[in-house]
Structures are given as structure tokens and as C-alpha cells.
Ligand binder design. Sequence first.
Ligand SMILES: Nc1nc2c(ncn2[C@@H]2O[C@H](COP(=O)(O)OP(=O)(O)O)[C@@H](O)[C@H]2O)c(=O)[nH]1
Ligand SMILES: [Mg+2]
Length: 222
Amino acid sequence: MLLQLRTALQQAGKMSDGSFPKLEANILVIGAAKVGKSALTVRFLTRRFIGEYGDIESIYTHRMMMAGREASFSIWDSVYPQVAGFRGQAEEKQLRWADGFVVVYSICDRASFQVARQQLQRIQQLTRKNGARRVPVIVVGNKRDLQHRRAISSEEGRLLALSAGAGFFEVSAAETYHGALAVFHELLDLVRDSRRATRKTAGLRGLVRSLSAAVFGKRRTE
Ligand SMILES: Nc1nc2c(ncn2[C@@H]2O[C@H](COP(=O)(O)OP(=O)(O)O)[C@@H](O)[C@H]2O)c(=O)[nH]1
Ligand SMILES: [Mg+2]
């Protein structure tokens, strides 16, 4: 019984040797065309801004240390499909693949803000079906350097993120590295927290099953 209890608690957080398991995550970067999805991703991975990226879809793998723990993740820099019919299938596949989402719009482009709003809704629809409670999402208003062309206020962006239970950053992939760094770091923190919450629930469920098995002499079915 004690052994089962200990196992359940271990599952809720640490490994038996006291270390934390390696964090692995799939990160999907989505948003309308030309908002700077590739610029943001490449900025984070290489610290550089190249200027033109082409419409290439790429999945990058990246390793780093986070709070003394090894993190290994894949970042899918997506391309927004031009053909509406194709959007549904491709989108669903992408959304199901991901553990965390970066939803990018341009602060100079109202249409891209609407796309971000729709994509946030789709994420919520799909993940709610999977029974997830809170999905790790960061909303990013990019091109902050273009203040004279601003069409979306910071408040509006923040409100959209808030309504979706997501984190929010305004950044300029063109001008700085730290904005991109903050976005991906925060997202990985959210992924880690949501994993912990899931494991804790699973651990507690296991504990209840063990207890009822001990008390009633048989396993409860769920
Ligand atoms: N001024 C400015 N331009 C940017 C920024 N980020 C991306 N761009 C430009 O916006 C265009 C589209 O960027 P890209 O990363 O290819 O967008 P994607 O289609 O969403 O992947 C390119 O010409 C980039 O140089 C930014 O923060 N500020
Ligand atoms: Mg791109």
C-alpha cells in the first residue's frame, strides 16, 4: 500500500532518483501569411533576423537546458494555407500534433488579428474534445517596431489572449532576440505546468483505485 502511495506521488512529479524527467514538446507556430512566423522561429533558434524566409514549412528540433532540466522540442513553423478547403484537414493534423501553440499576428494587419482569433477558437474546440483542461498557448503581436503602422492596440491583443486563457507578448522579431526567447520560454513553462497537472490527476486517480482495491478487495472500474 505504502509502495503504491509512493509510486503515485512520484508519478505526480519527480522520478525515483529525485531528478525531473526530460521535457519533450511539440510546438506549433501558426498565424496568417507574412506575420513573421518564420522570422520569430528563426530568431529564437539562431538569434538572427535574415529578412526574407520564403514560404517554406519547416520542423526544427532544438535542445536546451531549462531550470537545470534538459528540454528537447520540435518547432513546426507552419505556412497558412491559401486554399480554404485544404485548410481544414491540414489544420486538424497540425493542431493534434502540438502540445503547445504560438499564435502570431502582425500589429499592422487587422486581417491577421482575425485569423489569430479564429485559430484560437479552433485550438479550443479541438483540445476540449480531447478532454484537456488548459492548453498551453501564447498569443504574439509581432512587428512592434512598425509603430506608425499599428492597427491593433496592445490592449486589444492582451484582451484576445486573456479571453482564450493564453499568454501574451508584443515583440519585434526584426529588432530583438529577447522577445522571441521570452515567447518560447513562457510556452515551455506552460507545457511543463500542464504536464505536471495531468500527471498529478493521473497519480491521484491511481491512488483512489489503490485505496478502493485495498478497502473493497477489488479494483474499481472507472
Ligand atoms: N518590420 C518588421 N518586419 C518583420 C518582422 N518580422 C517579420 N518581418 C517581415 O515580414 C515578412 C514576412 O515574414 P515571415 O517570417 O516570412 O512571415 P510568415 O509568412 O508568417 O512566416 C518578411 O518580409 C519579414 O522580413 C518584424 O518584427 N518587423
Ligand atoms: Mg513562414
